[in-house]
Write a new protein. Structure first.
Ligand SMILES: C[S@@+](CC[C@H](N)C(=O)[O-])C[C@H]1O[C@@H](n2cnc3c(N)ncnc32)[C@H](O)[C@@H]1O
Ligand code: SF4
Length: 456
């Protein structure tokens, strides 16, 4: 048994699982391909061409936090004062107005997500103002889903009540790790009791769908410490768990320079941590979803997986299969049927554009027909670890010529790790860690000079 495991580890090492870097493929083409050629005029055309009878997704970015955790790679800034948050929110409300001027009248939103940063930095009044502004211009469908990212150290009953009044249906709670030594090393202190209190408040308010973010690959994590964290997670019993690999990218996220790199686990140890945490969650009854999610079997994500309906977007795995996501706020990314566009990333630039009465769209990329086919192949790999040619043929009416070269490459380089049949291919169960590398084989823009996060 031990020799089989060692052999498997050597194979994974040879293929680069422990040290290769690859995109997380939350979009295709990835953000590396964005240029200034695609911006405001593209966005105006894309908005006005949206079909009125198809609902859209809306993402709102709140780039403020009261604390700045050292490990965090999100686009956010620290503030202890309420005034920059309130004036930023005025701009988001003005942006909703500007975007709505180009939208077909009566278009609806069926998925809304507030992320950050920390949306729970908003006061109850601001939560209500933002909800009302959005509802006025892009009203919700009756059964709309509305999820919010919540920092348990920056929330109280009044904020949760305001969010529930606003229609919140799902909360995503940041935890990362419960071990004190690890928390100190990543500059994020958060007791078990604080997290529990937050969950109790949410459950009392009847927010039944809860997600929890946990990280592996953090400094000082050991097999014992991560299993202890998982034990505490299980006691709190969230419906979904995102088990993200810590992305150490200090050249992009400068605050990560505060993290002691010598205390980070190496690639193989990291992968071992993920395997044991995942196994513990599966033993407790959670279903693995894609590369880094777990859900209770009754959760809508687990049910969607059964039917091959899991999709991938900028927020990660989702049951949302809409063609359009309108991103609002600094740095947020919109997805249209024919392209991706990112808003000005710096809050100051975003505010200046909105003050000038302009859309904040700043850079993006058009999606060609071939991109769409390849993007779907990559999405299938990331979501289902398998590609079904019959589904592709049905969706695209294509002869699949554009993926032929990549298939030949996989048959040669990943022999033994992928099972091919006449109607598609499946990644061998024990080799699922290769998913990002296998997806990369289809990426026509793949650029090894671009520095992405570690694969495992
Ligand atoms: C916007 S934050 C969470 C919401 C809230 N601000 C909080 O801290 O609780 C979203 C999530 O991104 C993940 N994240 C942030 N930086 C990361 C990194 N460097 N590598 C992997 N995941 C990261 C964390 O799991 C975090 O909970
Ligand atoms: S993890 Fe959350 S609270 Fe910490 S810096 Fe990132 S967004 Fe802010």
């Amino acid at each position: 048994m031990l020799s089989v495991l060692m052999e498997q580890n050597t194979e994974l090492a040879r293929l680069g699982v422990y040290n290769a870097r690859a995109p997380r493929y939350t979009s295709y083409p990835t953000a590396v391909q964005f240029t200034n050629d695609v911006g405001q005029s593209f966005t105006k055309d894309a908005l006005s061409a949206l079909p009125i009878d198809k609902p859209v997704s809306v993402y709102i970015h709140i780039p403020f936090c009261e604390r700045l955790c050292w490990f965090c790679a999100c686009r956010t800034q620290g503030t202890k004062s309420a005034s920059p948050v309130a004036s930023y929110l005025d701009k988001v409300i003005a942006e909703i107005d500007l975007v709505a001027q180009h939208l077909p009248k009566g278009i609806k939103a069926s998925h809304i997500h507030w992320g950050g940063g920390t949306p729970t930095i908003l006061t109850p009044d601001l939560i209500t103002s933002l909800t009302d502004a959005l509802e006025q211009k892009i009203p919700r469908t009756k059964d709309a889903e509305f999820s919010v990212e919540i920092d348990p150290t920056l929330v109280d009953q009044a904020k949760i009540d305001a969010l529930v009044d606003a229609g919140m249906t799902r909360a995503s709670i940041g935890v990362q790790d419960f071990e004190l030594k690890v928390q100190k090393a990543i500059g994020r202190m958060q007791s078990y009791e604080t997290t529990q209190e937050c969950i109790d408040m949410l459950r009392r308010a009847n927010v039944s769908s809860l997600n929890m973010d946990i990280l592996y690959g953090l400094p000082y994590q050991t097999q014992d410490s991560v299993l202890d964290t998982i034990q505490k997670v299980l006691e709190l019993s969230p419906d979904r768990i995102a088990l993200f690999g810590y992305a150490h990218v200090p050249w992009m996220a400068k605050r990560q320079q505060l993290i002691d790199e010598h205390a980070l686990p190496n690639g193989e140890t990291r992968y071992g941590l993920f395997r044991s945490m995942g196994a513990e969650l599966e033993t407790a009854g959670y279903v693995p979803i894609g590369i880094d999610h777990f859900a209770k079997p009754t959760d809508s994500m687990a049910l969607a997986q059964k039917n091959g309906q899991i999709r991938r977007n900028f927020q990660g795995y989702t049951t949302d299969n809409l063609d359009t996501m309108i991103g609002l706020g600094a740095s947020s990314i919109s997805k249209y049927p024919n392209g991706y566009v990112q808003n000005a990333a710096k809050s100051s630039e975003y505010i200046a554009m909105i003050n000038a009465g302009e859309l904040a769209a700043s850079r993006g990329v058009k999606i060609t027909y071939e991109d769409r086919i390849i993007g779907r192949v990559i999405e299938m790999i990331m979501c289902d670890f398998a590609v079904d040619y019959t589904v592709l043929q049905r969706e695209f009416d294509t002869n699949l010529r554009c993926i032929a070269q990549s298939l030949l490459y996989l048959q040669k380089e990943f022999k033994g790790f992928i099972e091919f049949s006449k109607t598609g291919f499946t990644i061998t169960h024990s080799k699922r860690a290769l998913a990002r590398l296998i997806a990369k084989a289809f990426d026509q823009y793949s650029d090894d000079k671009a520095i992405f996060s570690a694969v495992s």
